[in-house]
Design a protein around this ligand. Structure first.
Ligand code: G1P
Length: 291
C-alpha cells in the first residue's frame, strides 16, 4: 500500500485562455467528449489509489462540487423512466472518492493554491495533479508512477518530459544530475525560462508527489513579479533542503489549456474509446480527403 492517500487538484484559475467558454462556466467543467476535464483528472488520481481528493476552488466553481455529488432530480427521473444505465453513469461519479474542497480567495498563484490545502492534507505526503495536463498512460497512471517512486525512495518527486526549445518558456524546467536513464536528482527548477536561460529541456507537466515540508517552504516564498506565489519556488527549497527527484513518466501528455492541445486530446480520447473509435477514424478520413 502506498503512503500517498491524498491528492490536491488546484481548480481555482479563471481559465481566461479558454474564453468565451469560461465566461460563466469553470474551465475544469469543459468536457473531453462527454467527461469534464476535472473528472478525467480525478479518475487518474483514483485509479492511482488516492482516497481523498482536495479540490482548491474559487468563487463561481460550485458546479465542480455538484458534479461529484448525486444529482437527485436527474437520477430519480432516469430511474423512473427505466433508464438505469444512464442513472448509474451519473451516480458513479459521486462515489469516486472522498472529495473535500477548500477555497483560494485571491488568485495568488499555484504555490498559494497548494498552500490552501494544508489544513486538509496535514502532515502527510500527497500528490498534486494540474487540471490542464491530461495524461494517457498505457500501463500505469502517471500519478501512480510517481507514488511508486516516492514509496521506494522516500523523496518528493516530479514528472518530467523533454520539450522542444520553442516550448521551454511554458513550463517549470529542472536542472539536475542524472542518476540513471529517466531519473534525476533535481538541483534547481526555473519557472518558464527563456531558452537562453533554461538549465535543460526537461519540463514538469503538472504531476507531483510532495512531502508536507513544502507548505513551510511555500510560506517563505515571496510573490514574483506577477504577484503570484509559484509552486516552482517551493520546489527549489525542497530540492535544496529535503531532496527532489524527477522521473520521465510513461505516457502522452496533452495541454488542454491550449486550443490545439484540446483538439489533440479530444481526438486521442475518442480513439481510445471502443464505442467511438471506428466512427472517429471515418470522420478524420472525411476531413483529410476534403482538405
Ligand atoms: C504551471 C507550473 C509550471 C508547470 C506547468 C505544467 O504553469 O507553474 O511549472 O510546468 O503548470 O502545465 P501554468 O501552465 O499553470 O502556467
Amino acid at each position: 500500500m502506498s503512503k500517498i492517500k491524498k491528492a490536491v487538484i488546484p481548480a481555482a484559475g479563471l481559465g481566461t485562455r479558454f474564453l468565451p467558454a469560461t465566461k460563466a462556466m469553470p474551465k475544469e467543467m469543459i468536457p473531453i467528449i462527454d467527461t469534464p476535464m476535472i473528472q478525467v483528472i480525478v479518475e487518474e488520481a483514483v485509479r492511482s489509489g488516492i482516497e481523498t481528493i482536495v479540490l482548491v476552488t474559487a468563487r463561481h466553481k460550485e458546479s465542480i462540487e455538484n458534479h461529484f455529488d448525486y444529482s437527485y432530480e436527474v437520477e430519480k427521473t432516469l430511474e423512473e423512466k427505466g433508464k438505469k444505465e444512464l442513472a448509474e453513469i451519473s451516480k458513479s461519479v459521486a462515489r469516486f472518492a472522498n472529495i473535500i474542497s477548500v477555497r483560494q480567495k485571491n488568485p495568488m498563484g499555484l504555490g498559494h493554491a497548494v498552500l490552501m490545502a494544508e489544513p486538509v492534507v496535514g502532515n502527510e505526503p500527497f500528490a498534486v495533479l494540474l487540471g490542464d495536463d491530461l495524461i494517457i498512460s498505457e500501463k500505469k497512471q502517471a500519478t501512480k508512477q510517481l507514488m511508486d517512486l516516492f514509496d521506494e525512495m522516500g523523496k518528493s518527486c516530479v514528472a518530467v518530459m523533454e520539450v522542444p526549445e520553442k516550448e521551454i518558456s511554458k513550463y517549470g524546467i529542472i536542472a539536475g544530475t542524472k542518476s540513471k536513464e529517466g531519473f534525476w536528482t533535481v538541483t534547481d527548477v526555473v519557472e518558464k525560462p527563456k531558452v537562453s536561460q533554461a538549465p535543460s529541456r526537461m519540463a514538469i507537466p503538472g504531476r507531483y508527489v510532495l512531502i508536507p515540508e513544502i507548505f513551510d517552504h511555500l510560506k517563505k516564498v515571496k510573490p514574483g513579479t506577477s504577484g503570484e506565489i509559484q509552486l516552482t519556488d517551493g520546489l527549489v527549497l525542497l530540492a535544496q533542503n529535503q531532496g527532489l527527484l524527477a522521473h520521465t513518466f510513461e505516457g502522452i501528455r496533452y495541454d488542454t489549456g491550449d486550443r490545439l492541445g484540446y483538439i489533440d486530446a479530444t481526438l486521442a480520447f475518442a480513439l481510445k474509446r471502443p464505442d467511438l473509435r471506428e466512427d472517429t477514424i471515418l470522420l478524420m478520413k472525411k476531413y483529410l480527403e476534403k482538405n
